[in-house]
Design a protein around this ligand. Sequence first.
Ligand SMILES: [Zn+2]
Length: 235
Amino acid sequence: MLKMIKFFQNIPEILAVMSEREDGSMKLFKDSDLNLENRKRFFEKIGIGENKIIAAEIVHGIKVEIVNNSSPNFILEADGLITRDKNIFLSATMADCIPVYLYESEKKIIGVIHCGWRGIVSGIIGNAIKETLSIGGKTENLKIALGPGINSCHFEIKDDVLDRFGSYPEFVIRREGKIFVDLKGIIKEQMVDLGIDYKNIENNEECTMEDDRYFSFRRDKPKVTEAMVAVIGLK
Ligand SMILES: [Zn+2]
């Protein structure tokens, strides 16, 4: 049986999936072959030739790049990718950070975004939406899926970064002398503020830190980053 985590299951033209720990680490490095075999095996499992994958490097920045059929397979400096081309699949890796899948159902624009706390408070969601609109998308046609990430039960911050969340007091939770943040709450608020219909946002509620089906950077503290891959494409 082919077991995998899927999103947008009511939209047949979209393939939007995420790997699990048992698939192995999917983290892509610009100067190493590490994990290329894992990636190849996973892409075969989901029925995609690896030459059709375009991967974002993931640098905890806010750059979302529009790519096309002739783009290179590895987009340096990017944390998000958007395309309106068919026959290519977009990928990003994460382990606790939140995978955001995007689909503009009229123009058939797809996107995947790696959302860590730095990117979220620095505006990566706004960038992704802006890029989508720049190639003809409309917010009312946007469907969003948030994959498994670290939830407010486990995403603890220290005082030193508290002021970075100053615009989002309702998503900062104080509990037993500790401070936690609801990152998905912030993402959803940003999206609604940008005009996305709340009912078009689906959410996988699993927490990567408490479920060992997933790699978790905070739980595992690996020397070399281990990560899942999020993939989206039009079938
Ligand atoms: Zn948790």
